[in-house]
Design a protein around this ligand. Structure first.
Ligand SMILES: *Cc1c(COP(=O)(O)O)cnc(C)c1O
Length: 393
């Protein structure tokens, strides 16, 4: 096997159909869609189709779709818009487990005079929604809660949260980067003002995203420039990538069933296989409310980075739950917020699948990983100490 790619929450391969659809717009069809001649008209027609395709996947209207450069830009735009269009409101509510695109912006704002409430999660990564509702005040400018967590796959009850937030007249944003294409989304029946998504998490290329802006939601642009995107985001359109994203959304709609049946089964088999053959291992997250493609498993008393290195020798790609920041291995803020014990947070690995994974690949990982963990544990003083304590009763 060339490579077993189980890191689809980090990025995904561009679908062949998507590449095929975008290529002409990197070659012969290079007109600026804003120009007046019919050469440009061909391009702008195709952009319209992409906008319709994205809207269709989300149950939105085409005019509510704004193309951006990435998920991070969409997140920033939504939060800045809410803050700038309501300068009198100085409070923001979000969660402790957001992606850095939301988390770091909110921390930035908290150093610049905004009060930010970071709502906690429980040991399974479930949000304390009552605490969230109790934290809302007339001073709250925006509530930003991710649809699904990128590290654990835990899915939050966005429909309920959006309803409660908007009932108090507060703007609601959801970072749905990990949810789009994996769970059905129908914005028509949801009280969501802003929703972010990113192309490269659903088999389109890197460098394109979408911000959904509900009709009537107060908005002020983040990127001020030309009249593109109806004045909501300046800059000549990233034509080929937008067309790619349109196609990727269409494909995501038709693959949703496969994602929730075949991919879910592959994920469950991987998870069960590893838990059965590796002692002192456990799932991080809420198995009941989780994306179909993600499992995050903590292996007691080993370093996640070491696991990744040894898996890499077998050409298996996954992510660890710790990030090497300034030389010290800090467990991720998500696992810390869940209170995952230090010894297992350090040995946490995220496997995230896609429709391109096969049964043979899962068998391969179930075969290769247990000896890796055993070998690392044989070198681990933590593990030996624990084993000795266990033997002593
Ligand atoms: C990847 C990701 C982002 C950022 O998207 P980019 O397009 O890489 O900027 C934001 N939120 C979540 C949950 C993500 O997984």
């Amino acid at each position: 096997m060339e490579r077993i790619y189980l890191d689809n929450n980090a990025t995904t391969q561009v679908a062949p159909e998507v590449l095929e659809e975008m290529l002409p717009y990197l070659q012969d069809l290079y007109a600026n869609p804003s120009s007046m001649y019919s050469f440009a008209g061909e391009v702008s027609q195709k952009l319209k189709e992409a906008r319709r395709r994205v809207a269709a996947l989300l149950g939105a209207q085409a005019e509510e779709i704004v193309f951006t450069s990435c998920g991070s830009e969409s997140d920033s735009t939504a939060i800045w818009a809410a803050v700038h269009s309501q300068p009198e409101k100085r409070h923001i509510v979000t969660t402790r487990v957001e992606h850095p695109a939301v988390k770091n912006l909110c921390e930035h704002l908290s150093h610049r005079g905004w009060r930010v409430t970071f709502v906690p999660v429980d040991a399974k990564g479930r949000l304390d929604t009552d605490l969230l509702y109790r934290s809302l005040t007339p001073d709250t400018a925006i509530v930003s809660v991710m649809w699904a967590n990128n590290e654990t796959g835990v899915v939050f009850p966005i429909a309920d949260i959006a309803r409660e937030v908007r009932a108090r007249g507060i703007v609601f944003h959801t970072d749905a980067v990990q949810a789009v294409g994996k769970v059905p989304i129908d914005l028509q029946s949801l009280e969501v003002d802003f929703l972010s998504l990113s192309g490269h998490k659903l088999h389109a290329p890197k460098g394109v995203g979408v911000l959904y802006i509900r009709k009537g939601t107060k908005f002020s642009p983040f990127l001020i420039g030309g009249h593109q995107e109806r004045g909501r985001r300046g800059g000549t359109e990233n034509v080929a990538s937008i067309i790619a994203l349109g196609k990727a959304c269409e494909l995501a709609g038709s693959h949703m069933h496969d994602e929730n049946s075949r991919v879910r089964k592959l994920r469950d088999r991987l998870e069960a296989g590893l838990l059965a053959s590796i002692p002192a291992s456990a799932v991080n997250g809420d198995p009941e409310h989780r994306l179909p493609n993600t499992t995050n498993i903590g292996f007691e008393s080993v370093e996640g980075e070491a696991i990744l290195l040894l898996m890499d020798r077998h050409r298996i790609c996954a992510s660890s739950g710790s990030a090497c920041t300034s030389g010290s291995l800090e467990p991720s803020h998500v696992l810390r917020a869940m209170g995952v014990p230090f010894t297992s947070a350090h040995g946490s690995v995220r496997f995230s699948l896609s429709i391109y994974n096969t049964d043979a690949e899962i068998d391969y990982v179930i075969e290769k990983l247990p000896p890796i963990i055993e070998r690392l544990r044989s070198l681990s003083p933590f593990w030996k100490k624990q084993a000795a304590a266990h033997a002593a009763g």
